[in-house]
Structures are given as structure tokens and as C-alpha cells.
Design a protein around this ligand. Structure first.
Ligand code: 5AD
Ligand code: SF4
Length: 440
């Protein structure tokens, strides 16, 4: 009987991508099968996130519950992968000594060897190096492709925002070779993928020098990818306002498959807070990027990340964030209360914003964006638009759910045969937060 693995994924899309790659290793290289029931698993892995304190604490309570399973069956192997593994390997060893494998984000491809070593030696194996280029060369490719697939084009971050652990957990920015990316995308598309989502901590910081000495930036990469005409849509996340090159603006003019929606984190609308965050731009500079993008693609819409209650953030600073939200008209956000991360420069700034104030600000910010989003959804009722069907609707039994180029979700009558198809629809009504449409 084959052994079984169980993987739990926390955090960002990069982790989802890495977990999928670990699954491929289990299935293709280690002769395991998947289980969704942890009690049946021989190997349990949690792929972790350490961006905020809460996420990190979740890992330890999860590990405690897995230890109970291991007490019943000592042969169970427990692994911690991802950013907590990278940053907290020592505290994992002391707080959860029953963990057998500690694997950083850049060494997941070594999973088969790490597993072999820990089962043979019965010792905890820690591998949290950053040998990035090696990682992608050693990961098996997908056997089955979904209509939409993530492709990592670069990893790590060299921006060192004062609050963020990513540069320490994932290392500095490193871009994958152009040909490897195109090869991966072309094989996914051959297997039926219609939408490619490019991933990286700062995708638009992509830079690669090919064998002939030609310099490929993010915008050029978009043009290379778009040469495959079977790709219906190209999306990417996350981008940084300081990394937009002229070719990317041109791509918005020339490549209709590049969607008209961009996640472009601003974090705060106050120049004082942005400087303290070491984001490297002012609000005016951010707005200039937005204006250039709008010039290239007039119907483009935006979403952003926000940190509320950064140490020293005054009510006035916060209201400036609300101003920029209204000005840019964001229709979605990932917003968080600032979380102090050990080892980051911001951890030593005196934090005089009370917890209640932070909670109030966060709720107000979320409501502001929700209202804008609702207005935007209402404004497209009656319009004809195109959706790419993603799957069956979880809310309505006889409906499928699709996404517009502006990232709005629309449900229409239909079954799973429509998945992966581009449909022309008329938007009919807004029910709570869900748009309903009719296929034309
Ligand atoms: N506290 C709160 N939010 C954070 N983020 C990153 N670090 C922190 C922190 N210490 C948020 C930022 C980033 C997103 C991925 O997570 O908004 O864009
Ligand atoms: Fe973190 Fe800033 Fe890098 Fe984003 S750009 S990953 S917030 S350091």
C-alpha cells in the first residue's frame, strides 16, 4: 500500500504554488498518494506564513494537534515548510521537538532527500538555505493543468520595507531564466491552461540577462509570454510601484490578454508613514504610476494592500489613506492591522496607537472599500462584458462563476462544461455582493 501525505497551506499564493510543487514530488518522485484526512497520513506538512504574528502562532497550535496523532503512531513524519521554517527553525526545534523536517521556501525541491534522511536517522533535518536557481531546475512539471495556473517568475524581495519579514525568510530578489518560464508556460498551455497568473514577491522587479547578453525586464517578459496565442489571459501579482518599466506600460497598450486589473499595494496614503515604512515612494509618485497605467489602459481598475495602525500613524495620516482610497477608487483590498515582527527595523519604533483605534481604523477602511466596490458593481448592471469561467458557483447550484478582465466575479446559468471558456454576458443584477448575469 502506498504511503499517504497531507499538506496544509497557509499564507500567500507563493505558498500555494510551493505546496503544489511538493505534491508533485510526493506523487511523481516518492510514490506517495494524497489524503485529505490527516488521521490517515504518514507524512503531515504545514506550509507556513510568518508575515503577521497571528499566522505564526497558528502554526504552533496546529503542530500541537499533530503531535497527538504522532503520540498514537510514532512513525508519522511531521514537516514544517515555508517562512516560519525559514525564520523560526530554532524555536520550532525547542517548542515542537517532535517536528522531523524543517524546510525553507527555497529548498522544497530537496523534500525527497530530506524525508529519506529524517526517516533513516530519526533526527530532525533542517534545510533552510537559499540555493534558488537549483529549486526550479529540480521540480517536476505538472501532469494535469487547470484552466488557470500560477507560474513563479521570481522569488524573494530586496526592498526591505521596515515592517516586513519577507526579505529575511525568502531571500533577495532572484529571477528565473526566461526560457524556463516560457517552457513551463507552454507545457501548461499545451495541457489546456487558458490563464496564466505570474507570481513573485515583486513580479515587476523581474530582470534576466540571456546568453546573448540581452536584458529582459518584466514588460519584455509579458510580450514573450503573449506570443503564445492560446493564452487567453495573463494576470500577475504582486507588483511594486517603483518597478514599472516602459515596456510594461506598452504591454497595457498592446496586449489585450493582459487583464485590466492590477493589485498595486500602496500600504498607506501618508507620505510620513510611507517614509517610515521605507516604501521608497511618495503618494504623488504612486499616483503618477497609476496615471501612466490609466493612460495605457483607460478601463484599468486597482486593488491594494494596506497596513493600518503603523507605529506613529495619526488620525490625520489615516484620513490621508482614506483620501487616496477614494481617489484611486480601489475595489478590493487586503488590509491588516500592523503586526510587530521580530528582527524588522519597525519593531523598534514606539507604537503609540491603541488597539481599539487600530481596530476602528481597519473597520472604517474596509467599509470604505466595500462601498466603492459595491458602487462599481452596481454601475456595470446592464452592461455587456466578457468573463472567463472559473468553476461551479459555490452559492448557486445551477450556475458557474466567471471573472471579468476587471476582476469582477459574475455568476451565470451553466454547468462545468463551460469551465475555461470565455463568454459574452449581460450583467443583470447584484445580489448581496454577487453579480448575476446572462449568457448572450
Ligand atoms: N504587519 C501587517 N501587515 C503586513 N504586511 C507585511 N508585513 C506586515 C506586518 N508586519 C502586509 C503588507 C503586504 C502584505 C503581503 O502583507 O500589506 O503587502
Ligand atoms: Fe515585504 Fe516590502 Fe518586499 Fe513587499 S516589497 S515583500 S512588503 S519588503
Amino acid at each position: 500500500m502506498k504511503k499517504k501525505y497531507y499538506i496544509e497551506t497557509q499564507g500567500c499564493q507563493m505558498n500555494e504554488y510551493d505546496s503544489k510543487k511538493m505534491e508533485n514530488l510526493f506523487l511523481q518522485k516518492m510514490n506517495f498518494e494524497k489524503t485529505n484526512i490527516k488521521e490517515n497520513a504518514d507524512v503531515l506538512i504545514v506550509n507556513t506564513c510568518s508575515i503577521r504574528e497571528k499566522a505564526q502562532e497558528k502554526v504552533f497550535s496546529l503542530l500541537g494537534s499533530w503531535n497527538k496523532l504522532k503520540n498514537k503512531n510514532p512513525d508519522i513524519v511531521i514537516g514544517v515548510a515555508g517562512c516560519v521554517a525559514s525564520q523560526e527553525s530554532n524555536s520550532i526545534k525547542s517548542r515542537a521537538p517532535y517536528v522531523d523536517m524543517i524546510i525553507g521556501p527555497q529548498t522544497i525541491h530537496r523534500l525527497p532527500q530530506i524525508y529519506k534522511d529524517c526517516t533513516q536517522t530519526k533526527k530532525t533535518i533542517i534545510d533552510i538555505e537559499f540555493p534558488l536557481v537549483e529549486k526550479f531546475d529540480n521540480l517536476p512539471s505538472e501532469k494535469v493543468s487547470k484552466f488557470s495556473e500560477y507560474v513563479t517568475i521570481m522569488e524573494g524581495c530586496s526592498k526591505y520595507c521596515s515592517y516586513c519579514v519577507v526579505p529575511y525568510t525568502r531571500g533577495i530578489e532572484v529571477s528565473r531564466p526566461l526560457n524556463d518560464i516560457l517552457y513551463e508556460i507552454n507545457s501548461l498551455v499545451k495541457n489546456g491552461t487558458k490563464e496564466i497568473v505570474l507570481l513573485g514577491q515583486n513580479v515587476n522587479a523581474y530582470k534576466y540577462k540571456d546568453e546573448k547578453g540581452n536584458f529582459i525586464n518584466f514588460g519584455l517578459l509579458l510580450f514573450y509570454i503573449a506570443r503564445n496565442k492560446n493564452i487567453k489571459r495573463i494576470r500577475y501579482t504582486t507588483s511594486h510601484p517603483n518597478n514599472f518599466d516602459e515596456e510594461t506600460y506598452l504591454a497595457y497598450k498592446k496586449l489585450p490578454q493582459l487583464v485590466s486589473h492590477l493589485h498595486l499595494p500602496i500600504q498607506s496614503g501618508s507620505d510620513r508613514v510611507l517614509a517610515s515604512m521605507k516604501r521608497g515612494y511618495t503618494v504623488l509618485e504612486y499616483k503618477s504610476v497609476i496615471n501612466k497605467l490609466k493612460k495605457a489602459r483607460p478601463n484599468i481598475t486597482f486593488s491594494s494592500d494596506f497596513i493600518v495602525g503603523f507605529p506613529g500613524e495619526t488620525e490625520e495620516d489615516f484620513l490621508k489613506t482614506i483620501d487616496i482610497i477614494k481617489e484611486v477608487n480601489y475595489d478590493h483590498s487586503y488590509s491588516f492591522i500592523y503586526s510587530k515582527r521580530p528582527g524588522t527595523p519597525a519593531a523598534s519604533i514606539i507604537d503609540n496607537v491603541t488597539s481599539d483605534e487600530k481596530k476602528e481604523r481597519l473597520a472604517f477602511l474596509k467599509k470604505t472599500i466595500d462601498d466603492l466596490s459595491k458602487n462599481k458593481s452596481q454601475s456595470i448592471i446592464g452592461e455587456e462584458t466578457e468573463i472567463l469561467v472559473e468553476g461551479k458557483s459555490s452559492k448557486y447550484k445551477n450556475m458557474v462563476t466567471g471573472r471579468t478582465t476587471n476582476n469582477k466575479i459574475i455568476n451565470v446559468l451553466g454547468d462545468k462544461k463551460l469551465i475555461g471558456k470565455i463568454l459574452n454576458v449581460k450583467v443583470r443584477q447584484l445580489e448581496n455582493k454577487t453579480l448575476l448575469g446572462e449568457i448572450l
